[in-house]
Ligand binder design. Structure first.
Ligand SMILES: N[C@@H](CCC(=O)N[C@@H](CS)C(=O)NCC(=O)O)C(=O)O
Length: 216
C-alpha cells in the first residue's frame, strides 16, 4: 500500500493527490501536522529541506511532487495519460509543469511570506513585484491556452496547474483580460479529483496568511 505524507491545505500535496485520485490509486494519507510528529519526522528525513509531499512505496521514498506524479505514471497506472509515452510529448508536458511551479507557484510565494513575516505591515513593493510577475505569466498562459482546450483528462499539466492557479488567483486575481485562463481555472477546479482536494482543504482556509477570499 502506498502512503502519501502531506497536508490537505498544501498546494504541492494537491499535485500528488490529484494524480492519485484521477487514477483511483489506493493509498494511505499520512497527515503532516503537530498531532502526528512521526509523520513530520519522516518527511524531514526524506529530502534536503524536509518538504512535503513525500510518497512511500514499500522501501522506496519519492519526494518532489513532479517526481511523485512521474513515479505514479510509471508504476501505478496512468496508462500514458498522466505523462505520455512519446518522449517529445512528455517533454512538452514537463516544460509546462516547470512553468506552473517556477512562474506561478514560486512567483506568489513571497506574498505568503510577507504576510507571515509581518501581517500588519507587508512589504508592498515586494508584493507589487509578485503582481507584475504573475500578470506576465498569466499573459503567457493566455496565449498558450489558444492551443490547449480544457480537457476532462488529468495529465501532469492539470496536476501542476490546478493547485498553482487556485492559490495564485487568491493572491493576484486573474483579470478579465485573460478570459481563456479564467475559464480554464474554473474548469480545473470542477474536475472531480481537484474538487475533492478543494473540499478537503476548506477547514484550513483560515490559515492562508494573506487571507482567503470568500469564493471557490
Ligand atoms: N519543490 C517541492 C516543494 C514542496 C513544498 O514547498 N511544500 C510545502 C508545502 S506546500 C512545504 O513542505 N512546506 C513546509 C516547509 O517548507 O517546511 C515539491 O515540488 O514538492
Amino acid at each position: 500500500m502506498l502512503a502519501l505524507y502531506g497536508h490537505p491545505f498544501s498546494s504541492y500535496t494537491w499535485k500528488a493527490l490529484i494524480a492519485l485520485y484521477a487514477n483511483d490509486i489506493a493509498f494511505e494519507f499520512r497527515m503532516v501536522d503537530a498531532d502526528h510528529p512521526e509523520n513530520g519526522e519522516f518527511v524531514q528525513s526524506a529530502g534536503p529541506l524536509g518538504k512535503f509531499p513525500v510518497l512511500l512505496d514499500g522501501e522506496k521514498v519519492i519526494f518532489e511532487a513532479t517526481s511523485i506524479v512521474e513515479y505514479l505514471a510509471q508504476h501505478h497506472g496512468g496508462g500514458g495519460v498522466l505523462l505520455p509515452d512519446d518522449p517529445g510529448a512528455a517533454l512538452g508536458m514537463r516544460m509546462l509543469d516547470r512553468v506552473f511551479d517556477n512562474y506561478v507557484m514560486n512567483s506568489m510565494q513571497p506574498v505568503v511570506e510577507e504576510y507571515i513575516r509581518d501581517p500588519a505591515n507587508p512589504d508592498m513593493a515586494r508584493i507589487q513585484e509578485v503582481r507584475e510577475r504573475l500578470t506576465r505569466t498569466y499573459r503567457w498562459l493566455e496565449a498558450w491556452l489558444e492551443h490547449y482546450p480544457p480537457m476532462d483528462r488529468v495529465t501532469l499539466i492539470e496536476c501542476a496547474a490546478a493547485p498553482s492557479l487556485f492559490y495564485a488567483d487568491w493572491v493576484h486575481p486573474i483579470g478579465k483580460e485573460f478570459p481563456r485562463l479564467k475559464r480554464w481555472r474554473a474548469h480545473l477546479l470542477a474536475l472531480p479529483p481537484v474538487k475533492r482536494c478543494i473540499d478537503d482543504a476548506r477547514p484550513y482556509r483560515g490559515n492562508f496568511p494573506p487571507g482567503a477570499p470568500d469564493r471557490d
